[in-house]
Design a protein around this ligand. Structure first.
Ligand SMILES: CC(C)(COP(=O)(O)OP(=O)(O)OC[C@H]1O[C@@H](n2cnc3c(N)ncnc32)[C@H](O)[C@@H]1OP(=O)(O)O)[C@@H](O)C(=O)NCCC(=O)NCCS
Length: 167
């Protein structure tokens, strides 16, 4: 089933919902490169205040059937734009991340190339990126706070002429 997906600006009332989403242990394991302590609400709030104030960050709340389902954002890392997203666990497997990223890339961040980094074993996220036209361009290793160790990470890129099934 593919759900209806709408992106809108983030409002303050979204933040407690995002906080709950990022507490999920399985989601943390998947995302891997997460907050050191997801239960630290002060750190979470400070992080989101920075995100919302940063001129180089574009962030949207993902809404499906009138419910907040997650967030999608782009930020600049080492001088190049990267995307990331987080979907609440109850909403997984409905095509929401794919639809949200496709919409985000079409109107919110049109800069190319655009990158993404993903734990090598985060197969769902890799699939989302592939469906949106990203391809693997490199591999690296990084410290994953959620796992307390260094893990393999894929670097993926949507090229200027990149397409995808989700477009
Ligand atoms: C990764 C995440 C964004 C996926 O969201 P989602 O809304 O469930 O994704 P979609 O439904 O759009 O697509 C998931 C795809 O993965 C596939 N999939 C599911 N489980 C899989 C598995 N174990 N192996 C391979 N593919 C899998 C689904 O079949 C689907 O592909 P399809 O449409 O070709 O069938 C979500 O699980 C999440 O937010 N996780 C925690 C945070 C995170 O990992 N963020 C990304 C950081 S890079």
């Amino acid at each position: 089933m593919t759900s209806d997906v709408v992106l809108r600006d983030v409002v303050d009332n979204d933040l407690p919902i995002f906080f709950e989403f990022q507490l999920d242990p399985d989601a943390n394991h998947m995302a891997a490169f997460t907050a050191k302590n997801p239960t630290d609400r002060e750190a979470f709030t400070a992080h989101w205040e920075k995100i919302l104030a940063a001129p180089t960050v574009i962030v949207r709340t993902i809404v499906t059937d009138g419910q907040v389902a997650g967030s999608v954002l782009s930020y600049v890392e080492d001088g190049r734009p990267e995307v990331s997203y987080w979907i609440g666990r109850a909403y997984w497997g409905r095509g929401i991340a794919t639809r949200a990223l496709a919409v985000f890339l079409a109107y919110a961040n049109t800069e190319r190339p655009i990158h993404a980094r993903v734990a090598r074993d985060n197969l769902r996220s890799i699939r989302v990126l592939e469906k949106c036209g990203f391809t693997v361009t490199g591999e690296t290793r990084g410290f994953a706070s959620a796992r307390g160790e260094e893990i393999e990470e894929l670097v993926m890129e949507l090229a200027p002429d990149g397409g995808g099934d989700a477009r």
